[in-house]
Design a protein around this ligand. Structure first.
Ligand code: CP
Ligand code: NVA
Length: 301
């Protein structure tokens, strides 16, 4: 593994390897065993969009590994004034040991990786959110014991989370049913990948149908970052695409609820369901840090 650009690039073995290493690093952290595996190394973190979890978990994770992280706001970098991604990649490769980038276009992340000479980690694009889905898989495995054969139901926008969940769950041996409004389907690349897994993947516009027998219910915001102008129109289109009591009744009695956060309670999830499952949702947020440490060690050690 040279970069983490999207889950489509990873083998199932690489995914399992990251999950195992994340469990080990979490255990070490909880038991006070230091692991300075990236002593003296530096990670640059480019943010072209807002972040709470990604920024803090990468920064703290690098510190715990003995290295340091630099926050680079897209609007303060010359990239925000038109310097090319290819030049930025080649310059940053001379100073840093790795780059994490959160931006709009997946192509920009791929370009950074191809022009630079250091590992690049995708911290969210409009197409994918691989770090989040690896944390989700870690959390589900921790709670259910194994991933093989479990059914995850995703309800909502066919966005970056839907795309990465489809690929991640299928590669991890899970089933995934997605319920998205017809006008907001997942990306064609994720659907193309899922074609080879017809027995483990389904796409519908009915949340009630998708939720039947689910082990995990997953949802995300109706309007992702960068889509704020469409909020009203989306609120109308997504009405009914909500994880609520009725949806929970269609799932297995011991179904987990996961949400990448931030949550808009009363929209994609009710407050009651959110609070009843807050423990596993915040475990999921915590696991962002452990899985990202595993990604950093794998790419940069
Ligand atoms: N889930 C997630 O990526 O959160 P942030 O946007 O706060 O980083
Ligand atoms: N789909 C959301 C995920 C946030 C972590 C967004 O892109 O804003």
């Amino acid at each position: 593994m040279k970069h983490l650009l999207k889950l489509l690039d990873l083998t199932p073995e690489e995914i399992t390897g990251l999950l195992n290493l994340a469990d080990q690093l979490k255990y070490e952290r909880k038991h006070g065993i230091p692991h300075p595996r990236l002593a003296g190394k530096t990670l640059g973190m480019i943010f072209q969009k807002a972040s709470t979890r990604t920024r803090v978990s990468f920064e703290v994770g690098m510190f715990q590994l003995g290295g340091m992280a630099l926050f680079l706001s897209g609007s303060d970098l010359q990239i925000g004034r038109g310097e090319s991604v290819s030049d930025t990649a080649r310059v940053l490769s001379r100073y840093l040991d790795g780059i994490m980038i959160r931006t709009f276009s997946q192509d920009e992340v791929e370009a950074l990786a191809s022009y630079g000479s250091i590992p690049v980690i995708n911290g969210l694009t409009d197409f994918a959110h691989p770090c989040q889905v690896l944390a989700d898989l870690m959390t589900i495995r921790e709670s259910k014991g194994s991933l093989e054969g479990l059914k995850l139901c995703y309800i909502g926008d066919g966005n970056n989370m839907a795309n990465s969940l489809i690929v991640g769950c299928l590669k991890a041996g899970m089933k995934i049913s997605a319920a998205c409004p017809k006008a907001y389907p997942p990306d064609a690349a994720a659907l193309e990948f899922a074609k080879t897994y017809r027995d483990r993947f389904s796409l519908t516009d009915s949340p009630a149908l998708a939720a039947v027998g689910a082990d995990v219910l997953y949802t995300d915001v109706w309007a992702s970052m960068g889509m704020e102008a469409e909020r009203t129109e989306r609120a109308r289109a997504f009405l009914g695409y909500q994880v609520n009591e009725a949806i929970m009744r269609a799932a297995k009695p011991d179904a987990m609820v996961q949400h990448c956060l931030p949550a808009h309670k009363g929209e994609e999830i009710t407050s009651d369901v959110f609070e009843a499952h807050a423990g596993e949702i915040f475990d999921e947020a915590e696991n962002r840090m452990h899985i990202q440490k595993a990604i950093l060690v794998t790419l940069m050690e």
